[in-house]
Design a binder for this molecule. Sequence first.
Ligand SMILES: *Cc1c(COP(=O)(O)O)cnc(C)c1O
Length: 356
Amino acid sequence: MKKYNFNAGPCVLPRPAVEASIDAIRNFDKTGIGVLEISHRSPGWVKVMNDCVDLWRELLHIPDNYKILFLAGGASTQFFTIPANILNKKAAYLQTGVWANKAMKEARFYGEVEVVASSEDKTYSYIPKEYTIPTNADYFHITTNNTIYGTELKEDIDSPIPLVADMSSDIMSRPIDVSKYGIIYGGAQKNVGTAGIAFVIVREDLLGKLDRPIQSMVDYRSHIKGESMFNTPPVFSVYVMYQTLLWVKSMGGVEAMHKINVDKANLLYNEIDRSKMFVGTAAKEDRSIMNVCFVMSDEHKDKETAFMDFAKDQGMVGIKGHRSVGGFRASIYNSCPVEAVEALVKCMQDFEKANQ
Ligand SMILES: *Cc1c(COP(=O)(O)O)cnc(C)c1O
């Protein structure tokens, strides 16, 4: 049976990226050697690294004073790498969920952390809006898409201090104004490839201003100098990212992706709002176009397991909500085709009809 993959990450990848990556394992760039077996210093590989950086720059219109790095360890490694590089005394954080909390925890190793605003009072089901960013902090950290709760900060906010954004789960899903940010980072495994690396877009003038020494592997300047090959890079993760970005470009770039994503999300949210059986959990104005979270209405609460089984029988994979929210979550990242969302909507309608 056809499977529809709504996993939150790792998640569905574009088929052309998967096929090209399989081919490259067998034979990279007609060298007769697989991508997992070549030297990362070989000209063919160096070209992939450079082309991948160029694709990032092109797709997100990244200005020249920003460097683009691919670093092992995922977003969680960046939770401490960022404060290690730019936190001298105090950092400000917007508390919008588990990932923001984890980022804050690591920052506390390097200095004071001020929680500027929080949506903890309502299980992070909304994005706080009324707050003042302290001008005496070294940076202000936000999580643009809260993967677990399905909330998203959809605009590039103005910040009087360097803005640092965890964009793990909405990077490349919409156009952004990079010049408004100091650092943009995230794990690759939601919208730009597979696990094993993080992307870091960093404004270079923020670096080198610390009052303390910093280990070479943690120092962004080492990786800038080494062009993300200060040590052996996870070549396969970079290769899958490269192929995923080629696919984004072939789809018409981030602007075209955004239109497709909005249409996909509307399809699902419209069904949730129409149906008497399902209720969205995120505040309407903050609804994510990447992760759609919903539960069964009070009247139908007893049917959650039944729906889960029904959906499974229809080929739906990965729609169980995060344990902290419950219910269901459909992650509909860039590479999730509209057919998958249509199939889920039909599945919800069929279940409702059968269980009036
Ligand atoms: C998945 C996710 C992370 C964690 O990424 P890792 O690469 O597993 O460390 C961090 N932040 C957000 C918003 C995420 O969705």
